[in-house]
Design a protein around this ligand. Structure first.
Ligand code: G3H
Ligand code: 13P
Ligand code: ZN
Length: 318
């Protein structure tokens, strides 16, 4: 059942976070549905601009529709990840997406507001929610001074102004994470004080955490043992993710961890069976391993076991 993000966030707020997982191909779609059902969790399936053009957006959308048919018990939203204005409008007009993210965070504040406002107007006219971003995610190096780091993080005062001016429905904040497999070079962690400060000013407003892969060290070791060269890869600690999930972070974005599972499975599979040239054996292992990863992550987020209460809540709101 494809559902809007708004009631999912109302239900999860302060109790758990909904996992937002990026997908690109059929094996990821299968693993994602299986993992969420195995752990009884509602979820957000998200598609980036790059994923829409990797094969063809119509193929990806058709796979999601098929997933909904194959797994009729699933409860999930369909979201555009990191859209520009043109892609957001395309997704809004398609009628398939339940929410879009407009990412104009690289623009100056006023321009970010203007672009986001236009997308919000178009989306709300069709009953679609909008996630916007304020602040800059980036790799945190140990040599970066506190002042330099703070300059990229979301300013809570500005966030409140931004939300009021744009009318966006959720906000991606920069609280110390970054995209990819190399997030921290030392013992840095999340800036919970930013979450708290925004919540104090705007209670119950849903916040989104990007760059939330934990880059499991076991995966990194296995990839490297099978010929990979991922040196110093490091992600967000799962304890910090669980804490954020109870503080009003309602959506936690994860892509890199899924790619690591894919990489480990395929490297090990071809190393251990060098005569094989068939895509199905590693594909089958990947689907099972990705499902296992998703189920584990949902337990970290607190969304595991929430499927039926979320379904009932969403139905009550429609
Ligand atoms: O935050 C970005 C996501 O990890 C999507 O990555 O643009 O390579 O599909 P992508
Ligand atoms: P990771 O690179 O940490 O998986 O973050 C994904 C993300 O933020 C997608 O928008
Ligand atoms: Zn992101």
């Amino acid at each position: 059942m494809i559902v809007p993000t708004k009631p999912l966030f109302e239900h999860s707020y302060g109790k758990y976070a909904v996992g937002a997982y990026n997908i690109n191909n059929a094996e990821q779609v299968m693993g994602l549905f299986r993992g969420n059902l195995e752990s009884s969790a509602p979820f957000i399936l998200q598609i980036s601009k790059g994923a829409r053009s990797y094969t063809d957006k119509r193929l990806l959308e058709a796979m999601i529709r098929a997933g909904d048919e194959i797994f009729p018990d699933a409860v999930f939203a369909v979201h555009l990840d990191h859209g520009d204005e043109k892609t957001c409008l395309d997704c809004i007009e398609s009628g398939f997406y339940t929410s879009v993210m407009i990412d104009a965070s690289a623009e100056p504040f006023d321009e970010n507001v203007a672009i986001t406002r236009r997308v919000v107007e178009a989306a709300h006219a069709r009953g679609i929610s909008v996630e916007a971003e304020l602040g800059q995610l980036g790799g945190v190096e140990e040599h970066v001074t506190v002042a330099e780091e703070k300059a990229h993080l979301t300013d809570p005062e500005e966030a409140v102004k931004f939300i009021e001016l744009t009318g966006c429905d959720s906000l991606a904040c920069a609280i110390g994470t970054s995209h990819g497999a190399y997030k921290f070079s030392g013992t840095q962690g999340l800036h919970f004080e930013i979450i708290t400060a925004i919540q104090e000013k705007l209670p119950r407003f849903p916040l989104v955490m990007h760059g939330s892969s934990s880059v499991p060290q076991d995966e990194v070791k296995r990839i490297n043992a099978a010929g990979g060269k991922l040196k110093g890869a490091k992600g967000v600690s799962e304890d910090e993710i669980s804490k954020a999930a109870r503080m009003g972070v309602c959506k936690v974005n994860i892509d890199t961890d899924g790619r690591l599972v894919w990489c480990r499975v395929h490297r090990e599979s071809f190393r251990d069976d060098p005569e094989n040239f068939d895509l199905r054996p590693p594909g089958k292992i990947f689907m099972a391993e990705y499902a296992k990863y998703i189920a584990h992550k949902n337990r970290v987020l607190g969304s595991a076991g929430r499927l039926e209460e979320a379904r009932a809540f969403v139905k009550g709101r429609s």
